[in-house]
Write a protein that binds this ligand. Structure first.
Ligand code: FES
Ligand code: FES
Length: 194
């Protein structure tokens, strides 16, 4: 029987079709959630609109800016590009979950020390991406940090400070003079440094 369209008890106006929802179990910042969500809800919208975790930002909503980056089982992903239901059973960490109580995560502390933001809109994504990059253990120098963070756009151009904060936490060799020169050269020709 087709139950999508029914009539009201009075028989006048059709009732709104039932929207199917599906069970979803997620651990978010250490807290277990049992939810029911529609199939089309992105992880980003679930976090922001249903769990009120608005630290994760919606920039482009199409995988191009990195503002929505969160960690899923420790790996960084763009939360706008995945459906919430695809992450059933996973553990999600958002920017709200990086600190240990009142103690900021070491990368958050480094961002503050290096002034690695202006408006701050990209910062939650930069932090989660940075923590994910550290977890990956791939970047061996600042150029690789630039490359592997290239999915996180900063329209304020805080890239040199972000890389400096990452380098400090990752204990990368000091290449300050060399990269200062590179960064300024990049700014002169109008490119967006990675
Ligand atoms: S909002 Fe997800 S990549 Fe831009
Ligand atoms: S600090 Fe403004 S977009 Fe990065």
């Amino acid at each position: 029987m087709d139950t999508r369209i029914t009539t009201s008890a009075a028989g006048r106006a059709p009732a709104a079709p039932a929207v199917p929802v599906y069970p979803l179990s997620l651990r978010v910042n250490g807290e277990q959630h049992q939810l029911h969500v529609e199939a089309w809800v992105s992880l980003l919208d679930l976090l922001r609109d249903r769990l009120a975790l608005t630290g994760t930002k919606k920039g482009c909503d199409q995988g191009q800016c990195g503002a929505c980056t969160v960690l899923v089982d420790g790996k960084r992903i763009n939360s706008c590009l995945t459906l919430a239901l695809m992450q059933d059973g996973r553990s999600i960490t958002t920017v709200e979950g990086l600190a240990d109580g009142n103690a900021l995560h070491p990368l958050q502390q480094a961002f503050v020390r290096h002034d690695a933001f202006q408006c701050g809109y990209c910062t939650p994504g930069q932090l989660c991406s940075g923590v994910g990059l550290i977890n990956e253990g791939q970047a061996q120098d600042r150029a690789q940090v630039r490359e592997l963070m290239s999915g996180n756009v900063c329209r304020c151009g805080a890239y040199p400070q972000i890389v400096a904060a990452m380098a400090e936490v990752m204990k990368l060799p000091d290449e300050t003079n060399h990269h200062d020169k590179d960064d300024h050269a990049g700014a002169r020709i109008g490119t967006v440094p990675a």
